[in-house]
Ligand binder design. Structure first.
Ligand code: AHR
Length: 343
């Protein structure tokens, strides 16, 4: 049943409030159409109404994730998608979820910016009888408050990064050398930050000669990555390795290192490890700027569509669903591999 249609019965003023106060919703009426007409023309009671609260637009990965979900949950595929960009603010996600509840959507899809603080709002969704599907990042709440989660094994990505560094240093004859590392962390308390940090730290614990000089929050953005890297370069003159918890921060770090007169990548002084493996990271590896990127698959749309259709059919779905992932480094034929990539 498409319950969102009920909203038209609540009147123009209420509908206008929801859409105009809808913090950046993409479904805003055109000037020539009243809000109620917009509902009437856009609503099709056979469509499944889905409210999607996205973290923001902080990275290339995020753009690919949004695109994947928007192109899967289309009217042609049987969905009416209400998309809300939270601009990296948890309070915007709270507002979006409460609006979705008022709109009586059939499903709420949430990518939680951080892991904590969701109990109250997810309980409200549960009380309203709306299933919540978590995508990408996790929420530390009672399992009964969400139907399932789709995403990456961030801890395993971090562990693979540590293991890659082990082998890389070994191959360079530097296994016993003191190695100075800095980390540009993603948004603190986000699943991607927590998992990648933990996975890498697990490998690091086995190497007394690896010294973590500093770990700093750079919020998954290129601008912050550059700013934080600049300040680390001013503070330390002996950085051997930068672990960037996503590609965009790595691009910022590369810019900072270059502006500082330093060099990085396989032929440079500083080894750069990154995560996501977006198309631009292939470019940076081909250009010899970064060494390796651990894939984080953002293409959640098709799986999400499959899950919702299964639930609509009364089927059960797995509670936890991991995406398949690999890694890419400069020892590979990146020009060829890049051609096979969707993001
Ligand atoms: O949660 C996934 C992470 O969030 C990606 O690594 C990053 O690019 C994004 O912003």
């Amino acid at each position: 049943m498409n319950r969102i249609r009920k909203i038209t019965g609540l009147g123009v003023a209420f509908g206008a409030f929801l859409f105009l106060a809808g913090c950046g919703s993409q479904k805003t009426p055109g000037p020539e159409t009243s809000v109620s007409q917009q509902f009437e023309t856009e609503m099709d009671e056979n469509l499944i109404a889905v409210g999607f609260s996205q973290v923001g637009a902080e990275s290339d990965w995020r753009a690919a994730n949004t695109e994947s979900i928007q192109s899967a949950l289309t009217p042609e595929n049987g969905f009416y998608l209400i998309y809300e960009d939270a601009q990296q603010k948890q309070e915007n996600q709270f507002k979006a979820i409460r609006n979705f509840i008022l709109q009586e959507v059939d499903y709420i899809v949430l990518s939680p910016i951080v892991e904590t603080g969701w109990d109250t709002v997810l309980q409200e969704a549960k009380d309203a009888g709306i299933p919540v599907i978590l995508v990408d990042r996790k929420a530390q709440v009672d399992e009964a408050l969400y139907t399932c989660w789709i995403g990456a094994d961030f801890e395993s990505e971090g562990r693979h990064a540590g293991e890659w560094l082990e082998q890389y240093l070994d191959a360079q004859g530097r296994a016993d050398e003191e190695i100075h590392i800095v980390t540009l962390q993603g948004t603190l308390d986000s699943s991607a930050q927590l998992g990648r940090t933990k996975g890498f730290a697990g490998v690091m614990a086995g190497h007394d000669n690896w010294k973590m000089l500093e770990m700093r929050d750079a919020d998954f953005t290129q601008a912050k990555g550059q700013e934080v890297m600049e300040s680390l370069l001013q503070k330390y003159d002996d950085i051997d390795v930068v672990v960037c918890e996503n590609d965009n921060m790595a691009f910022g770090a590369v810019d900072a290192i270059r502006e500082f007169g330093g060099s990085c990548g396989p032929d440079g002084e500083i080894t750069i490890l990154s995560f996501d493996a977006v198309s631009a990271a292939f470019g940076a590896m081909i250009a010899g700027e970064i060494n390796v990127s651990f894939e984080c698959n953002p293409l959640h749309g098709p799986k999400l569509q499959e899950i919702i259709k299964a639930l609509e059919g009364g089927g059960a779905v797995d509670k936890i669903q991991y995406m398949e992932e690999t890694y890419f480094d400069t020892s590979m034929d990146l020009e060829e591999l890049r051609k096979t990539r969707a993001y």
